[in-house]
Design a protein around this ligand. Sequence first.
Ligand SMILES: Nc1nc2c(ncn2[C@@H]2O[C@H](COP(=O)(O)OP(=O)(O)OP(=O)(O)O)[C@@H](O)[C@H]2O)c(=O)[nH]1
Length: 362
Amino acid sequence: MKKIQKNFLYTDLAEEYSNDLNQKRMVGFSYLFFCSINLIVIVIFVIRQTSPIVLFCFLALLLGLLGLRLNFKGKLFWAQIMLPIIAMLELSILSLFYFGTGSALHWFLIDFIIYALAVFRSDQRVLKYGTALCTVSVFWVCEFMGAEKGLYLSAQDQKVALFLVFLCSSFAVAVIVSMVVNRLRTVNEHLRILTEKDELTGLSNRRKVLADADDIFADSIVQQDSCVFAIIDLDHFKRINDTYGHDAGDLVLVKVSETMAAVVRDQDEIGRYGEEEFIVIMRKVTLKQAEAVMERIRTAVENMFVETEQGIVIPVTISIGLSTMEPGVSRFEEVLAQASKALYVAKRNGRNRIAIESSFQD
Ligand SMILES: Nc1nc2c(ncn2[C@@H]2O[C@H](COP(=O)(O)OP(=O)(O)OP(=O)(O)O)[C@@H](O)[C@H]2O)c(=O)[nH]1
């Protein structure tokens, strides 16, 4: 079952964002739906020993399986257009000549209008609206030109068929709509993550880390906990860029980010504040505990090994400014400004060190 889901409905590829993927998934589902309906009709008419219907539906089933295979093999375009053509032909012939309009079989065509609008991309406008228009026309032809009564279904059978058509049709529409909605949700989530990430380092970007700072600061006030802010700045980074080149500078930023992210605790937030500056926000810690975490980060970066493609090893150190919430402080920006002052002190005192700006140190 998992394999069918994986191969035909592509359910394991939620993390992929290519637009075609969702179309492929919807086309796959539509073919499975089409083949299943044909299979059910074949079984019913094999039991009733009505060979023309069995042969006709068997042919449609084979074409359906061919379309499913095309879709699976990546020939999405052919798979996309083949299905409404087969469906229009089969449904109109069955409805007009065999089952009668009373069976409501042609109402299945409504699904293919939704199919056309959902599976063709906006740049396939002609196909999208052309297919929808053809499907509507075929529907009206069946509705107005077909006889109420058909060859192979009694009035009682037609009532049962009508019920089944509306049941299956609603199911198919619900699945297609839920696929579109899920797709929008996945893409939205993906875009949200992109807007919160720093492209180079993969850490939270300035916007996200400041939003985290705001949230954590507010939570800490409400829960009467302490939180500590740290601003981390690479030492003489301009010199690194000037000496080894901008690419080497980027490599240093990436390596330092990885090292710091590996050392901070799970409950802490880290992000790139700008250029070669980072922020760490530590929840429920005293200044002393936070200082110990920062010392681990400082030594980890100092002992880190950054080697350029040319085999040159770049020595890297960082300076850190720390500050915590204090009575009377009502905005996180004030804590951040204090941490920034501390960073300035750390730089002035010789770099590669931690400085703390706080009126009460425990
Ligand atoms: N490679 C690279 N360089 C960057 C990036 N963003 C900013 N920079 C550079 O980082 C350097 C920052 O230099 P400064 O602000 O003078 O600081 P510094 O050289 O680290 O000196 P101190 O902070 O005083 O130790 C500038 O040369 C920027 O061009 C980036 O994304 N990649």
